[in-house]
Design a protein around this ligand. Structure first.
Ligand code: NAD
Length: 436
């Protein structure tokens, strides 16, 4: 049993804390958001993540997982302090490090004994060295510590499984002893462990996310070509994916990537490259191709309803940036709802779990708590997030409820031949001539 503190109780921090507690460690998880900690202490989760509620409650009950807002309490007798605070985009696309700086300063002011500070947040290359300087500068009296980078690769929606069975654990530090101790902590996960220096570990995280985003943008470009030459991008992806050099993951064409990581990380990496005098042409194009998808989806839907969206009612199915999460950060739905409203459409929205979050950030939209009620009287439906519950909707019923049977399937979840047979005016992405 190790004594661990996790700083920042969001998607990464809460999962990290709960999983390490479940592995038998004693974890104190800290957040500056008092409401969040108050709720967690009452058993109310701040985020939706499958399996998390049960995992957190079980480990709280066993006395292995505690929540606090007090750095002093969180750092008492701990050996490892994980930083898992947000690193959102700054005004020019750079990663905003204010939360990391605040966490590092609070650690320095409150640590009571030697400590390994492990950075799980995604941070620009060189941040680990900078965190060491911040801690050194803020310590009231010198206490030995090491900074280790251990970037997180979990995906929202499958975060617990991803954390418990990672493809690899990356550990970066110039302090071999600290790196080995962090490696030891991760041994129960039974994943290959890559031990490297701090900067390389930080770079591995950005390069990985940028590469995955690139795969998706690449497939979206292939989808456009498929529509022109009469090929089906879903089958192209399946055929490509059998090649182990390519892999099947992240080859799904559609409305592109969004969420809390890819957009800000690709942007931050491009920003770093530009600051070093480089021209990140691939990264810039990957972003352009991605954001174009959202605009194209609206203009194609506009064509399907006869050329103008003015006064038309459009139902958006799925608001979260991907299924199985309530995360709406940079979700394609945000731009799509905005574009639809700007074009004069009346927009309706439904999401199985992200409605509360959506209500706090989307305007110009009427929310429905059921896809069938949403469909009633719509001129078109747009599938924006591929939630499982949309895959087997009663499409006959949907068709009877719609004012006109128009479906723009931005996630390729329906069969074009079947939709045609059923009499839908249906468009998906990259599947035969003009995606029809
Ligand atoms: P989040 O916004 O869900 O959570 C961050 C938490 O940190 C919030 O609860 C916030 O109140 C808290 N916080 C901010 N300042 C603090 C401080 N000084 N002290 C204590 N707590 C503080 O963020 P997230 O999605 O969990 O992401 C965290 C980091 O992990 C980011 O760098 C992100 O890029 C990276 N990451 C995220 C994912 C993901 O899927 N969300 C995956 C891999 C890596």
């Amino acid at each position: 049993m190790k004594q661990i503190c996790v700083i920042g109780v969001g998607y990464v921090g809460l999962v990290t804390g709960a999983c390490f507690a479940d592995l038998g460690n004693h974890v104190v998880a800290l957040d500056v958001n008092e409401k969040r900690i108050e709720n967690l202490n009452k058993g109310i989760m701040p985020i939706y993540e499958p399996g998390l509620d049960e995992l957190v409650k079980r480990n709280m009950k066993a006395g292995r997982l505690q929540f606090t807002t007090s750095y002093k309490e969180a750092l008492k007798d701990v050996e490892y302090a994980f930083i898992a605070v947000g690193t959102p985009s700054g005004a020019h696309g750079e990663a905003d490090l204010q939360y990391v700086a605040a966490a590092a300063t609070s650690i320095a002011e409150n640590m009571s004994g030697p400590l390994i500070i492990i950075n799980k947040s995604t941070v620009p290359i060189g941040t680990g060295d900078w965190v060491a300087d911040v801690v050194k500068g803020a310590q009231p009296k010198p206490i030995p510590f090491s900074v280790v980078s251990c970037p997180e690769f979990l995906r929202e929606g499958s975060a617990i499984g991803d954390f418990m069975s990672p493809h690899r654990t990356v550990i970066g530090s110039l302090d071999r002893d600290a790196a080995n101790q962090v490696a030891h902590l991760h041994l129960p996960l039974r994943a290959p462990i890559v031990i490297t220096d701090l900067r390389t570990a930080e770079m591995i995280k950005y390069a990985s996310n940028a590469f995955l985003a690139t795969k998706i943008s690449f497939m979206n470009e292939m989808a456009d070509l498929c529509e022109q030459v009469g090929a089906d991008v879903k089958e192209v992806a399946a055929g490509m994916g059998y090649d182990a050099r390519i892999g099947r993951h992240f080859l799904d064409a559609g409305l592109g990537w969004g969420g809390s990581c890819f957009p800000k990380d690709v942007q931050a990496l491009a920003h770093m490259a530009k600051k070093k005098g480089l021209e990140p042409r691939i990264l810039d194009t990957v972003m352009d191709v991605n954001y174009e998808r959202r605009k194209t989806a609206v203009s194609q839907t506009q064509k399907m309803v006869g050329g103008s969206l003015k006064g038309k009612t459009v139902g958006v199915l799925g608001l979260a940036f991907k299924p199985n999460t309530d995360d709406m950060r940079d979700a394609p739905s945000i731009d799509i709802v905005k574009e639809l409203a700007e074009a004069g459409a009346k927009v309706r929205g439904y999401d199985p779990v992200a409605m509360d979050v959506a209500r706090s950030i989307l305007s110009d939209i009427e929310f429905f708590d059921d896809p069938y009620k949403l469909a009633e009287g719509c001129d078109a439906l747009m599938v924006v997030t591929e939630w499982n519950e949309f895959k087997q909707l009663d499409l006959e019923k949907i068709k009877s409820l719609l004012k006109s049977p128009v479906i723009y399937d931005g996630r390729n979840i329906y069969d074009p031949a079947l939709m045609k047979e059923m009499g839908f005016n249906y468009r998906s992405i990259g599947r035969g001539f003009n995606g029809k």
